[in-house]
Every structure is written in C-alpha cells, then in structure tokens.
Design a protein around this ligand. Structure first.
Ligand code: LHQ
Length: 262
C-alpha cells in the first residue's frame, strides 16, 4: 500500500474513499499519484472489508488529466504508448474489473484522462458547476483512459465525435441528460449524496452487485444468446450466496436484511 499523500484514503462503513490530492494542479496525474491510486484500487480488490469505492478530488477540480508539467517536449520525443500501458490502462482495468460498486463524485472540472476515468466508474455524480472536457485534441492527442470506447457506448458516435474533436466543455447537467453520468447535484450536496449512495451500496448484497456490474459490462460485446447464458451462470452463483438466503428470509420475515457481501 502506498503512503503517498497524493491520494487520501479512508475506510468507513465499508466504503473506501479515495481522494485525488494535488489540488494546486487540479489533481493532474503524476507518476506518484498514479501509483498511489492504483494501490488504492488494488486494496479494494484484495480487502474483503472494502465493499464499495468512492472516488473524488480535493479542492476546486476533480482531475485535469495528465500533469503536462512533466511533459516538456524539449526533453525529447516521448513514448506516450508506454505511459498509457504502464499507468492509465492498468488503472482502467482495475476500476472495470472490481466486482464492487465504484462511485465517482466529480467535484469540479474533469479534463482529459480525468473525464474518462469518471466515465469508467459505475455510478458518477457531478457537482452542478463541474464540467467535462475532452482536452486531448487541444494538444494533438487522441482520447485515452477508455474514452473512445465509453463515449460512443454511452452517448453515441455523433456526440462522442463532437466532444472529442472540439474539446468543448460539457456541463454536468447536460452530461446527465445525455446519459454520460448518473446525476448532477447541487455543489454543496455532492459529497453528502455520494457518500450516502456509496454507504447504501456497501451495506447491500455486494457479491450480487459485483456480478451485476460484470453482466452489464459484458453486454457491450456479447450477443443476446451469450448474455442469456451469462445471466444463467451468474444467477446460479448468486442463488448460492448467503446474501440471497438472507434477502429472501428477511422478506418473508418482514424485517430489514443484513447483507454481508458473501
Ligand atoms: C495543470 C494541469 C495539467 C499540470 C491544470 N497539468 N498543471 C496521457 C498520456 C501522456 C501524456 C499526455 O496525456 C495523457 C492523458 C491526458 O490527460 S491529456 C490531457 C491533459 N490535460 C489537459 O490538457 C488539461 C489542461 N488544463 C486545462 O486545460 C485547464 O487547466 C482546465 C480547463 C482543466 C481548468 O482551467 P482553469 O479552471 O482555468 O484552471 P487553470 O488552467 O488556471 O489551472 C489551475 C492550475 O492548475 C494552474 O496552475 P497555476 O500554478 O498557474 O495556478 C494550471 O497550470 C494547473 N493545471 N491542469 N494537466
């Protein structure tokens, strides 16, 4: 586990809150923050007491993507493919493969990789004043962090192309109307709402929630027949879980279920 202060990490009520913490740089990624965030998600994979993750940013921004201060072109021609393979792709894979809910609270501007990481999370809320910018085209790059996959899937090719080619900022309410994120909320209510949601999910049948996440994601590439087979297999597994037995017992006994994520 990393001890870097570029990521603040706190576990409460089964929710691991990971806060991007380079506010002077609008939480742009340097290597240290990448490794610390990765360590946070690796912990979420390995630690059974973590039943949901809440990702947010410190200060007035969520994340301004890659720290461009580390990228002075005078230092030579870079291999950005190496950067993507070493840092961004492992992070995206950790978020998507985590069989626990990942909630994202976008507290301010989300640019470049910062926007696409927010779109990769399972449920993304944003402060009404937040904006999303596909900043890549402003500096001659292509979208990364899964943006060329998530944007057309979530909002269709026409909007995905316009956002990425123009780099025009998109407000949180429009992002919610378009289905890019779950909900825009008042700025001063963002953390309250996001924490309440994460806490509620963490107290839920998180094995079943994790399998639900897997099934929804698989639909992007599966045929209906493959998806029906997957639902059968996952339902078989869910039906054997302690949480299913508890959920049905609680229903029959007219009491609140106590799920353990098992
Ligand atoms: C920053 C940054 C930043 C450093 C704000 N870096 N300092 C992958 C592989 C490898 C290489 C390249 O990239 C990638 C993936 C990517 O993410 S590419 C996209 C990189 N990000 C951007 O191009 C966004 C750059 N930032 C901006 O356009 C603006 O800062 C936004 C629109 C995000 C916010 O604008 P403002 O609200 O007006 O804030 P600001 O520009 O005044 O920024 C505040 C401070 O944060 C400022 O520092 P200063 O010392 O002057 O107060 C900025 O220099 C710093 N900052 N983004 N990415």
């Amino acid at each position: 586990m990393s001890t870097s202060d570029t990521i603040l990490s706190a576990l409460a009520d089964g929710v691991l809150t990971l806060t991007l913490n380079r506010p002077d740089k609008l939480n742009a990624f340097n290597e240290e923050m990448h490794l610390a965030l990765r360590a946070g998600f690796e912990r979420a994979h390995a630690d059974g007491t973590v039943r949901a993750v809440l990702l947010t940013g410190a200060g007035r921004g969520f994340c301004a993507g890659q720290d461009l201060g580390d990228r002075d072109p005078k230092k030579g021609v870079p291999d950005l493919g190496h950067t993507i393979e070493t840092f961004y792709n492992p992070l995206l894979r950790l978020i998507r493969s985590l069989e626990k809910p990942v909630i994202c609270a976008v507290n301010g501007v989300a640019a470049g990789a910062g926007a696409n990481i927010a779109f990769a999370c399972d449920i993304t809320l944003a402060a009404r004043s937040a904006r999303f910018i596909q900043a890549f085209s402003k500096i001659g790059l292509v979208p990364d962090s899964g943006g060329t996959w998530s944007l057309p899937h979530l909002i269709g090719e026409a909007r995905a192309k316009a956002l990425t080619l123009t780099a025009e900022p998109l407000g949180a309410e429009t992002a919610a109307d378009w289905g890019l994120i779950w909900r825009a909320v008042d700025d001063d209510k963002l953390m309250e709402e996001a924490t309440a949601l994460a806490t509620r999910l963490a107290a839920g049948p998180t094995r079943g929630l994790g399998m639900t996440k897997r099934a929804i994601q698989a639909a992007a590439t599966n045929s209906l027949d493959q998806q029906l087979d997957l639902e059968r297999d996952l339902q078989r597994e869910a039906g054997r879980s302690a949480d299913y037995a508890e959920g049905v017992s609680a229903f029959l006994e007219k009491r609140k279920p106590e799920f353990k994520g098992k």
